[in-house]
Design a protein around this ligand. Structure first.
Ligand SMILES: [Mg+2]
Ligand SMILES: [Zn+2]
Length: 97
């Protein structure tokens, strides 16, 4: 499944409610799921960590849907196979430090 297909799936499943919740409401849910990920990183097992990583990605897709942003398009634009700052792959400028 491509990123775009996953985002479309989230749209098909949840867009009605995501739209009603609005951008701030969806952002709050995303942050809440990041909090759950933090908790399982501290206390959880591998399976729980995988589930929470999936939730974070799903809520990011929901937020992008409400913002009418194509996730696949924007990540490919920002990260076109090389570091956005030094243009190397792998990065040589420590952009993510
Ligand atoms: Mg969760
Ligand atoms: Zn770099």
């Amino acid at each position: 499944m491509e990123i775009r297909e996953f985002q479309q799936l989230m749209h098909d499943l949840y867009f009605e409610n995501d739209k009603k919740r609005g951008r701030l409401g969806n952002f709050i849910w995303l942050v809440s799921e990041i909090g759950e990920l933090a908790r399982v990183l501290r206390d959880g097992n591998e399976e729980k960590i995988k589930e929470e990583v999936a939730d974070v990605f799903a809520w990011l897709a929901s937020l992008a849907n409400v913002l009418n942003i194509d996730l696949e398009e924007v990540v490919k634009k920002k990260y076109p196979g090389k570091c956005p700052r030094c243009k190397n792959n792998p990065c040589k400028c420590n952009f993510r430090l």
